[in-house]
Design a protein around this ligand. Structure first.
Ligand code: MG
Length: 156
């Protein structure tokens, strides 16, 4: 068994689409970043890589590489999953917390949960998506994501 933890943060920026957990959310601002800025998929990607001590998202996808400009972060997650499988592990479950002032994640949580489950090839009830507002953190223009994953050894 292995446990992995990932963290990410991105600043909100007007005029770009907001994508969280691979789901497009209608909002006046999106997340700035070299890729699509999907803070949640980045945190889960790092959690997967961390669980197998394989570095982090930046070691596979350098942020200065023009190839990843505007990239769909599902690509990053897929690579991390490939690394996990290559090491003989499978994903048991994922849990996550999003911290942002707005938009409200509640109405989108089910869609995000389903999409992450599909990307990882696990059941939606193995994907926790929780959301909080940044009370007292002074992070009104920032989206933060934390994620943990549990991996089990595949029977060979
Ligand atoms: Mg990121």
């Amino acid at each position: 068994m292995r446990i992995g933890y990932g963290f990410d943060s991105h600043e909100f920026k007007p005029g770009v689409p907001l994508v969280i957990g691979g789901v497009k959310i209608d909002h006046a601002k999106g997340l700035a970043g070299h890729s699509d800025g999907d803070v949640l998929l980045h945190a889960i990607t790092d959690a997967l890589l961390g669980a197998i001590a394989a570095g982090d998202i930046g070691s596979f996808f350098p942020p200065n590489d023009p190839k990843w400009k505007g990239a769909d972060s599902a690509i990053f997650l897929a690579e991390a999953l490939k690394q996990v499988k290559a090491k003989g592990y499978k994903v048991e479950n994922v849990d996550s917390s999003l911290v942002m002032a707005e938009p409200k994640i509640g109405p989108h949580a089910k869609a995000i949960q389903k999409n992450i489950a599909d990307l990882l090839g696990i059941w939606p009830d193995c994907v926790g998506v929780k959301a909080k507002t940044p009370e007292g953190l002074n992070l009104e223009n920032t989206a933060v994501a934390h994620a943990v994953v549990l991996l089990s050894t595949k029977v060979r």
